[in-house]
Design a protein around this ligand. Structure first.
Ligand SMILES: Cc1cc2nc3c(=O)[nH]c(=O)nc-3n(C[C@H](O)[C@H](O)[C@H](O)COP(=O)(O)OP(=O)(O)OC[C@H]3O[C@@H](n4cnc5c(N)ncnc54)[C@H](O)[C@@H]3O)c2cc1C
Length: 396
């Protein structure tokens, strides 16, 4: 029976000191004040080029990042493989939007797609569209496309070429590629290109995956549009579901700019939207593939039950569960132990470049208080369990 409380399975690959370090880190991240202060301090440090590696590397980086290079990540790929979990290597350098930085990110992402082809223990390649263009171009192409200048039209065309280059590479390598979802103000342009790439490269199977942030109340109609289009034009969409990582910024921006809030009015509505999306894809699994990225235990139990209820093979390659490296191991390893497909996102990049990703994880673990509490509870239970099983028992 699937049980996310089995800490022996969840932490089988972790040493005693790794458990202790993780416990310490989550205990600190529980405090919003410390995380806010850390965020401010690191932003200042970045601006004045103050070295950060000495503090970030043994703490946040060690918990949530695979390393600086693809090669560094091989130890995690091996570790995950032992538990039958696949890796999804995510080049997470988010800071450089200069022409050189964009080119370097493009080249590294191509290397990651080629690496995935050669490594059967990698389930997907992935990229974040804003790392291969600028925020300005993405937001303008999404919100005021008719106002793009000649120079901006050229820049958008170049972005489109890079985007398609990545998808085409994935197609030729027969590697599935996830297009991460981002801020609302970027997303129309990303959706437009993802739809186009799915029509081009998903003719025989799902290669390109669109990410739907189900905290957006307009995502079910978008999902149905994708499905209808796929039936009409005969292709196989890949759908990655997440709830969405930018809620607070989105609400603030909508208020500031005077447009309707794009986010569901409360958590329950987001949860219902998320469930409806997953259910829809399962009902159309002959036409679509599913990637579900969440640390929510209920969502993971629900999808596991749906797979069984629809009498699908637990290890059908068309359905993957996914969590981020360093988080919710109790979900990942218990799912795979029960025979379901799981992949862990393994981010990699230099400390400075991966900092925005790390700060999002720290904030997420602060704001999703329940989840942090759960991580701490699980880690404590496992440390206690090991202590008990190591101590000698006396009988008289
Ligand atoms: C493998 C993986 C890949 C990911 N890729 C992306 C990505 O490409 N793009 C992206 O944006 N995020 C991505 N995320 C992050 C994700 O969107 C969530 O921020 C994170 O997983 C927390 O949501 P949850 O479902 O795990 O947990 P839960 O605790 O169940 O949900 C928390 C989430 O619910 C929503 N929520 C919380 N309060 C409210 C409220 N009052 N009203 C409405 N909604 C609310 C928010 O989205 C919040 O993040 C990814 C996560 C994983 C695990």
């Amino acid at each position: 029976m699937l049980d996310f409380n089995n800490t022996e399975i969840a932490f089988a690959s972790k040493s005693k000191s790794e458990l202790k370090n993780a416990y310490l880190l989550f205990s600190v991240m529980k405090h919003p004040g410390i995380v806010r202060l850390g965020k401010l301090a690191s932003q200042i440090a970045l601006k004045i080029h103050f070295p950060l590696a000495w503090i970030v590397k043994p703490t946040l980086y060690k918990q949530f990042v695979g390393g600086e290079t693809l090669q560094d990540c091989t130890k995690y790929i091996e570790q995950l493989k032992r538990a039958n979990v696949k890796a999804t290597l995510d080049y997470s350098a988010e800071s450089e939007q200069t022409p050189d930085g964009i080119q370097a990110t493009l080249e590294e992402t191509i290397r990651s797609i080629d690496f995935a082809k050669e490594t059967p223990d990698i389930a997907y390649a992935v990229f974040k569209p804003s790392t291969i263009t600028t925020d300005d171009i993405l937001s303008k192409a999404s919100e005021k496309k008719e106002k793009l200048t000649v120079e901006e039209i050229k820049e958008f065309r170049e972005f489109r070429e890079r985007f398609m280059q990545l998808c085409e590479r994935a197609y030729h390598n027969n590697v599935r590629i996830l297009v991460d979802a981002e801020d609302y103000c970027f997303q129309d342009a990303i959706d437009e290109l993802t739809d186009e790439a799915m029509r081009r490269f998903n003719k025989e199977r799902a290669i390109v995956f669109a990410t739907l942030q189900m905290y957006r109340h307009d995502r079910m109609p978008y999902l149905r549009r994708i499905y209808d289009d796929a039936v009409e034009k005969n292709y196989y969409p890949g759908i990655k579901f997440v709830r969405g990582a930018y809620m607070e910024e989105e609400r603030k921006r909508a208020e500031l700019m005077g447009y309707p809030d794009p986010i569901c009015k409360n958590k329950q509505e987001t949860d219902e939207n998320f469930d409806a999306g997953v259910q829809f894809v399962i009902e159309h699994i002959d036409r679509m593939e599913l990637f579900m990225g969440t640390h929510n235990e209920t969502s993971n139990y629900k999808l596991a039950s749906l797979i069984d209820a629809y009498k699908l093979d637990r290890n059908t390659p068309r359905i993957y569960f996914s969590q981020l490296l360093g988080m919710s191991d109790n979900i990942s390893f218990n799912l795979t132990h029960a025979g379901y497909n799981v992949t862990k996102y393994v981010p990699y990049a230099k400390v400075r470049d991966v900092l925005p990703y790390l700060l999002r994880r720290a904030e997420e673990n602060t704001s999703v208080a329940g989840q942090t509490g759960r991580e701490l509870r699980m880690l404590k239970a496992e440390m206690g369990r090991r202590k008990k099983s190591a101590s000698p028992t006396y009988s008289n």
